[in-house]
Write a protein that binds this ligand. Structure first.
Ligand SMILES: *Cc1c(COP(=O)(O)O)cnc(C)c1O
Length: 385
């Protein structure tokens, strides 16, 4: 892969997937590399750098190069899912290590931390990470090895000050990892704010077309911790498949355009829904009344992300009834695709969820924002009729 000149912007570099073409055929779109094994050289070496498909793949590397560029990282790693990427970070820790994670965070990862991570020997404390005093009180100097953040965090879009959290983590001798899925690399650059590792469910806006499950990590430095993560992916076979990597690479070409459009739509919907007769509360960091707005305005760039939630007046039954009455919005879990999704979040998280029962989670896509508002407005009215 040729290194493109540094003067091009991220949007330009993403559009051309870092300028990669196929030297053998002069194809503008590089082929999908499906081979699981590679030829040894006559002198017994592997001069191409590729040996076998479980540690490495050329198509996967092409997608990783785009993600590393977007995150301003020396390298990125792709996994078979967001969860595989996130859990690799925790598995790089040692039994007895102490970890601090947000009380309200991506539900499946919280469940994993409460079950498998504990069996692994990690001690996990959940705190309101947006409360910096609570975070400071939770870290144990010398014992805490990782602080995990998610910002904006599911499903209340709580904002944590990454730079302040990095200072707290580093002062205690811990690393800081940030699940930046709902910010996207377009609106937040966690590594530049002091994070050591950034994680994405690439299933979401990075791919953006609701047809790939994938996860990504980008590290600020290639230290021994990063080497352990590389080794965990290799040994556990958690690498993304080449076909998925190709689709992801195609999605990444339009990420800057999609992320900007989706954040604009989310902002417009949040503003219009704020005055709605059947909406008790709108949760979106782009609204001045959101508790995380000031920090978000400081640490996010060019928009506040594609995710928002509404609390429906009339409670849980009215919320479920409204979600059942949309037509254009798709009633499904997940987020970040070009098609807008709506979900009654407490139904999928189940017992013990900190998610309010009257909450509908909205993922803004690229449809006409007026059409999206009209459809939701009609569903809310019908649910209250
Ligand atoms: C979806 C998601 C994950 C998990 O990603 P998968 O690809 O489903 O494993 C983690 N964090 C956040 C914020 C997510 O939205």
């Amino acid at each position: 892969m040729s290194t493109p000149p540094a003067r091009w912007t991220k949007r330009t570099l993403a559009a051309q997937a870092m300028g990669t073409t196929d030297p053998a055929t002069r194809a503008v779109v590089p082929p999908i590399h499906v081979s699981t094994t590679y030829l040894r050289d006559p002198d017994n070496a592997y001069s191409s750098g590729y040996v076998y498909g479980r540690p490495d793949n050329a198509t996967v590397r092409e997608a990783e190069a785009v993600i590393a560029m977007l995150e301003e990282a020396p390298s990125a790693l792709l996994f078979g899912s967001g969860m595989a990427a996130a859990t690799a970070v925790f598995m790089a820790l040692s039994p007895g290590d102490h970890v601090v994670a947000p009380r309200v965070m991506y539900w499946a990862l919280r469940s994993w931390l409460m079950t498998e991570a504990t069996r692994w020997g990690l001690e996990v404390d959940f705190v309101e990470t947006d409360d910096l005093d609570a975070l400071r009180a939770a870290v144990r100097p010398g014992r805490t090895k990782l602080v995990w953040l998610e910002t904006p965090s599911n499903p209340l879009w709580t904002i944590t000050d990454i730079a302040a959290a990095a200072e707290i983590a580093h002062a205690a001798g811990a690393r800081l990892a940030v699940d930046s899925t709902c910010a996207s690399p377009i609106h937040t650059r966690p590594l530049s704010l002091g994070a050591d590792v950034v994680m994405h469910a690439a299933t979401k806006i990075l791919n953006g077309h609701t047809d790939v499950v994938a996860g990504a990590l980008a590290g600020r430095v290639q230290d021994e911790f990063w080497a352990r993560i590389v080794s965990i992916r290799k040994a556990g076979g958690a690498i993304l498949g080449p076909f998925e990597a190709f689709l992801l690479l195609r999605g990444l070409r339009t990420l800057p355009l999609r992320a900007a459009a989706q954040a604009r739509t989310a902002q417009a919907l949040a503003e219009r829904l704020s005055g709605h007769a059947h909406v008790a509360r709108v949760l979106y960091p782009g609204l001045p009344q959101h508790p995380g707005h000031d920090v978000a305005a400081r640490q996010m760039e060019g928009g506040f992300g594609y995710m928002l939630s509404i609390q429906v007046s009339g409670g849980e039954a009215a919320a479920i009834a409204a979600a059942a009455r949309v037509g254009l919005w798709k009633r499904a879990t997940s987020l970040g695709g070009v098609e807008s999704l709506i979900e009654h979040r407490a139904s999928i998280e189940g017992a013990g969820t900190p998610c309010p029962p009257d909450l509908l989670r909205l993922s803004a896509g690229i449809e006409d924002p007026d059409d999206l508002f009209t459809d939701l407005d009609e569903a809310l009215r019908a649910a209250h009729a």
